[in-house]
Design a protein around this ligand. Structure first.
Ligand code: ACO
Ligand code: ZN
Length: 524
C-alpha cells in the first residue's frame, strides 16, 4: 500500500472502498467501550502483522480533537466506509533542482511505522494540547470522558489480572529508621562511583549502550539511534505513530501512550519486557527472566536521600548513571509527548520515587532536574507510571521537588510547557498549598503578600499569582489588590485536609544540594 495522492477530484466523498483509504484521509472510526464513531485521521497504514492475514491492512488513526495518547492501530472493520471520507489535498510535486534538493526523511513507507515515523523528538518539542479524553482509564472505567475533560489515562493492568493493586504495597515493610526518624544517606552498591557502562545486565541486555563500548560519545550515540531506525534527524518530523503498544513492567502490563525511540526491531512486538529495576528492555519474557538471574538490582541506582514508611527517593546523576538514566528517559517518553531527552542525560539529576515491598523498591515515578537551570526550573520532566496514577503519587513528586528547593533556598517552577496532566496536577497542588497556607495564616492575623507566599512555599511568584487568578481570589479593593478566598475554595481545601494521604515529611530528607563546578557542568 502506498501513500499515493487522492484519485478523487473532490476532497470529500460519501462512501468508499477500503482500497481507496490512504494516509491523510479523515473518516469516522469506531472507538471506545461502548464503541462510538469519532472522526479520525489515518496517519499510517501497514500490513496486518499476522501472516495468514497478509493481504489485509491495519490503520493507525488519530482521533480529531482528542489527545494523541488515544491514537491506535485499528482493523478495517472499524472504519466507516459508508459515511463521509475526507481526502487529503493533493500537493503539487515540488520541483527539485539538481544539487539543491534536500532529503527530508518524510514520505516514508507505510508498514514500517517505527522506522518511517520514528521522529527524533527534540528535548523541548514544545507542544501542549489539553486532553479531551484519555486512554483506557482506571480499572473499572468504561465510558470515555466527555470532550473537554482530561479523562483518566491508564491502560494499565497487572499480569495477574488484578488491575493496579497487584504490586501490593507492603505498608509494614518500611525502612528501619533511627530514633529521630531519620535515615542515613545510603550508598547503593557504591553507585556513587562512575558507573561501568557495561554494568546493566550483561551480554543479553539489549538496553542502550550495552555493547561493551567503554567510551561515551554523544555523536556515536546519535548515530547509533539514527541508524537503528528509531530516530530521524529532521526535528520537524515529530513521531506521529506509536511504535510500541504494551510494556511489561514488574507485575504490570501497561499500554503505552506515545512514540519512544526504542530500537526499531522492537516496534512490532506485542509486548516489550522491561526489567523494573535496571530498566533494560527485552523482546521476550525468556530473555527478561534470564536477565533477572544476573541482574542484582532491587532498587534504582544512586543515593537514597529520603525514606519514610515504604516510600523512598533516590538521587541519580545522569553523568554517572548514563545507561539507567537513558533507559528511564526512553521509558518515560512512552507517556510524555511534548518533551523528553534521551541521550543527553549528563546535565540532569533524576529523583526516582519507589515503593518498597519484600521484592525490592519498585519504581513509581520520577522527575528530572537540571543541575544548573538558568530559568530556576526545579523540575524538567515529571512522570507517574500509568499503573500508579491518580493515587496521589504525582502530588508527592511535586511536593518533594519543592522540598529540595526549600533546602536550596531557591524558588522553583516546573519547566514549561506543561502537559495537560502536568498542568492539572500542578494547579491542584499549588491551589491546595496556597489556600491551606492562607487559612493557617488567617488565624494569626498577619497578612501575606504574594512574595511571602512564594518564600514560604518555594513556588515562584508568577505561579502564586496565576494560581490566585485561577481561584478568582484577587480582588481590587480600595485601590489595591487583596486576596479573598470564596466559600467554595475554603470548603474544597478543608475537604482535602481531611483526606488521609501520604505526605512528604521534610525530616526524612537527608540531602545537601550538590554544587557542580564549571568543569562538571561542561557537558559538550
Ligand atoms: N484528570 C483530572 N485531574 C487530574 C488528572 C486527570 N487525569 N491527573 C491528575 N489530576 C489532578 C487531580 O486534581 C489530582 O488530585 P485528585 O486525584 O485528588 O483529584 C491531582 O492532579 C494530583 O493527582 P496525583 O494522583 O497526585 O497525580 P498522578 O500520580 O496521577 O501524576 C502526573 C500526575 C505526573 C502529571 C501524571 O499524570 C503523569 O505522569 N502524566 C504523564 C506525563 C506528564 O504529562 N507529565 C507532566 C509533564 S509536564 C513536565 O514534565 C514539567
Ligand atoms: Zn535488570
Amino acid at each position: 500500500m502506498s501513500a499515493a495522492s487522492s484519485p478523487f477530484p473532490s476532497t470529500v466523498i460519501t462512501g468508499g472502498t477500503i482500497g481507496s483509504i490512504i494516509i491523510g484521509c479523515k473518516l469516522q472510526v469506531l472507538h471506545g467501550n461502548p464503541p462510538e464513531y469519532r472522526k479520525a485521521e489515518i496517519l499510517s497504514i501497514r500490513p496486518t502483522p499476522t501472516p495468514e492475514d497478509a493481504t489485509r491492512s491495519e490503520y493507525y488513526v488519530h482521533y480529531s480533537d482528542y489527545n494523541k495518547r488515544l491514537d491506535e492501530w485499528v482493523v478495517p472493520e472499524r472504519l466507516n466506509l459508508l459515511g463521509e471520507i475526507e481526502f487529503p489535498k493533493v500537493k503539487k510535486p515540488k520541483t527539485v533542482l539538481a544539487g539543491i534538493g534536500k532529503e527530508t526523511g518524510k514520505g516514508s513507507e507505510p508498514g514500517t511505522p517505527g522506522a518511517s515515523n520514528g521522529g527524533r523528538v527534540a528535548k523541548n518539542n514544545r507542544k501542549s494540547n489539553l486532553s479531551k479524553a484519555s486512554k483506557a482509564g482506571k480499572a473499572g472505567d468504561t465510558a470515555s470522558p466527555a470532550p473537554g475533560t482530561p479523562g483518566t489515562p491508564g491502560g494499565a493492568s497487572t499480569v495477574a489480572g488484578n488491575k493496579r493493586k497487584a504490586s501490593a504495597m507492603d505498608e509494614a515493610g518500611g525502612a528501619s529508621q533511627d530514633k529521630d526518624g531519620q535515615v542515613p544517606s545510603i550508598k547503593v552498591n557504591g553507585e556513587d562511583e562512575d558507573e561501568d557502562e557495561d554494568g546493566q545486565g550483561g551480554d543479553d541486555t539489549p538496553g542502550l549502550d550495552d555493547d561493551g563500548a567503554s567510551e561515551y560519545s554523544k555523536e556515536r550515540e546519535i548515530e547509533k539511534l539514527r541508524t537503528s531506525g528509531s530516530m530521524t534527524q529532521d526535528p520537524h518530523e515529530v513521531a506521529r505513530v506509536k511504535n510500541l503498544n504494551m510494556i511489561q513492567f514488574g507485575k504490570h502490563e501497561v499500554e503505552t501512550w506515545y512514540f519512544s525511540p526504542y530500537p526499531v526491531e522492537y516496534a512490532h512486538l506485542p509486548i516489550l519486557y522491561i526489567c523494573e529495576f535496571c530498566l533494560s528492555y527485552f523482546p521476550a519474557v525468556k530473555q527478561l527472566s534470564r536477565h533477572r538471574t544476573k541482574c542484582s538490582l532491587q532498587h534504582p541506582p544512586g543515593n537514597e536521600i529520603y525514606r519514610k514508611d515504604n516510600i523512598s527517593f533516590f538521587e541519580i546523576d545522569g553523568r554517572k548513571q548514563k545507561v539507567y538514566c537513558r533507559n528511564l528517559c526512553l521509558l518515560s517518553k512512552l507517556f510524555l509527548d511534548h518533551k523528553a531527552l534521551y541521550y543527553d542525560v549528563d546535565p540532569f539529576l533524576f529523583y526516582v520515587m519507589t515503593v518498597r515491598d519484600e521484592d525490592g523498591a519498585h519504581l513509581i515515578g520520577y522527575f528530572s532536574k537540571e543541575k544548573e537551570s538558568s530559568e530556576q526550573y526545579n523540575v524538567a520532566c515529571i512522570l507517574t507510571l500509568p499503573q500508579y496514577q491518580r493515587m496521589g503519587y504525582g502530588r508527592l513528586l511535586i511536593a518533594f521537588s519543592y522540598e529540595l528547593s526549600k533546602v536550596e533556598k531557591r524558588l522553583g517552577s516546573p519547566e514549561k510547557p506543561l502537559s495537560d496532566l502536568g498542568l492539572l496536577s500542578y494547579r491542584a497542588f499549588w491551589s491546595e498549598a496556597i489556600v491551606i497556607l492562607l487559612l493557617e495564616q488567617h488565624k494569626t492575623g498577619v497578612e501575606l503578600s504574594i512574595d511571602d507566599i512564594a518564600s514560604r512555599t518555594a513556588f515562584q511568584p508568577t505561579d502564586v499569582l496565576h494560581t490566585l487568578q485561577t481561584l478568582n481570589a484577587l480582588k481590587y479593593y480600595h485601590g489595591q489588590y487583596v486576596i479573598v478566598l470564596s466559600e467554595t475554595v475554603i470548603k474544597n481545601a478543608e475537604r482535602a485536609l481531611k483526606k488521609s494521604r501520604r505526605e512528604i515529611d521534610p525530616r526524612a530528607l537527608v540531602w545537601k544540594p550538590i554544587h557542580f563546578t564549571a568543569t562538571q557542568l561542561r557537558f559538550l
